[in-house]
Ligand binder design. Sequence first.
Ligand code: AMP
Length: 639
Amino acid sequence: MDYIKLAELYEKLESTTKRLEKTYLLSKFLEKTKKEVLDYVIYLLQGRVFPPWDERVIGFSSQLMLRAISKSTGISIRKVEDLWRRIGDLGNVAENLIGKKKQSTLFTKHVTVKKVVDNIRKLAEITGVGTVDKKISLVSELLTSAKPLEAKFIVRTVLEDLRTGVGEGTLRDAIAWAFLPKIIGIFYQCNECKEFVPAVKKCLNCNSQIELNFKKEVEKKFKGLKILKVKKISDLKNLKKYDLIICKDERLARDVYNYIIEELQHAYDLTTDFGVVAIKLIEKGLEGLKEISLVPGKPIKVMLYQKAEDIKDGFETVGKPAALEFKYDGFRLELHRKGEKIWLFTRRLEDVTKQFPDVVSYIKKAIKSKDFILDCETIGIDPKTGRWLPFQNISQRIKRKYDIQKMVKEIPVMVNIFDAMEVDGKNLLNVPFKERRKILEKIVKPIKDKIGLAEQIITSSEKEAKKFFQKALSLGNEGIMMKNLNAIYKPGSRVGYGVKVKPVLESLDLVITGAEWGRGKRATWLSSFVLACRDEEGNLLEVGKVGTGIKEKAEEGVSFEQLTKILKPLIIGQKGREVRVKPEIVVEVTYGEIQKSPSYSSGYALRFPRVVRLRTDRTVNDITTIGEIRNLYKKQHKK
Ligand code: AMP
């Protein structure tokens, strides 16, 4: 497939903010995509070249991109940089310069999707002498053959900054629309163009009026199309054979659609790979998704927890009796084992096995099974006092790639296992939590201060719960978790099967999307940082700027120097003193109040924001959502 087709799609996606339109455009494109390149296309649509669980990183900075653009256009680096400052986006700079260069030449070379992915993937793999030059050559080779529009999106993909607003939900729906029969009621046939289009008044294909009359629609004669009549959800079999699904009523149509979407989401949560999900769907239909199961060695998305205001609120969400556990202030780890092989993954799905040889040895000693996927929170211990250390002290252990044995001694860790997704080949996701805990109790033989199960009580009493909460806090925990005893394990979801209860005002986890160079003695530091939350689709929405809480020097806590160092390679746009950065750095922020504000894209602004710490264990997917901010805002006004 020629890359230009994809570039044209990106352009269309960029020009609309409507989710339905984006989904329709994507689904039409996917329908036409050949199976051989489907996974590549799906990754590219997400702005990546590897599936999300793959830990390889492209690692190509804006500075290198300036050189690659210069090399492929013959224009000096300084001129490219000047234009960058004026336009603010390197993708647009490349489009502009390549457009000028090629105005009079014919485009003879074709850039294929495969070539783009292969070259960009190589960027992640090159090491050793001459790495920088080789990387620049790979990118400039693509840019030299590219048409202007292609160049724009190649640059953005390499810089991991695509910005076409295709979130996980949109892509998931588009895959369902493309590869499963259309459900009448969710889709209607346009009388003009005969396309099946989503149920909105105007046809998304030809713009003519659509009559949204379910009764009339199901009575239509759909000549030449294979139709599955559905009375109940269990009638959904062999979907690959059919073009259309007609349900007995409109409500069932909606239920069938939701069921299909949930099946797709579940398959994605298990694989974190829409490439795999789409190919299974084409090959084996909805039944194929059932074949996707848990495999030790392949990380899955962890289950997330909602917030409860207090213990009473917690019981209301999870029911009585509930399991209450310490909320350890550490970092989440997935423990995987298959035979003699052990893997440790963070919640960002990064493989950190090498960084934690101590944890690997505890697993071997303490866990009886040799086939499992378990969920736990790992905390640091002060070797002098034996007390638990707050998260920021151990975050260095996650990143450290050398002197590991020294780190093991300096910052020992303790593993608190709190859930089981798979044990001895049995998938436990649909097993009630109280049974999963029993299985854990059977297979884990705790070793004091090294590995054990999360401290737990089961109670219906608020009094007892409060006592447990106080005990948790006095030992240095962040609070407690309250869990529904009968809940299943739902990967990747923030369902109310468990809630967290913390004291005091909530802090927010926000991602830095921009910054400003300081003045005077701070001129070499980034000094004011733009913060953003996310919506359900993963789009980032700004909530304000912060400069408070950050120290002058790199002593305790977060410093300007440190933030500048980690943000500088992430700069992707600059105008005057303002820069835009890749949204990768997550900070925990407290605030005085949340206010409504037209100045920021979220519609809210934080008063007196203050950076508490860096959350290196968090990605942009884990940050506070706009929904949570809205709730906090409402709560404030209730008080
Ligand atoms: P938060 O980080 O505030 O969203 O709270 C949820 C996180 O608490 C989980 O992702 C875990 O990393 C952590 N955690 C600590 N102790 C537990 C526990 N006993 N059960 C579940 N999660 C825990």
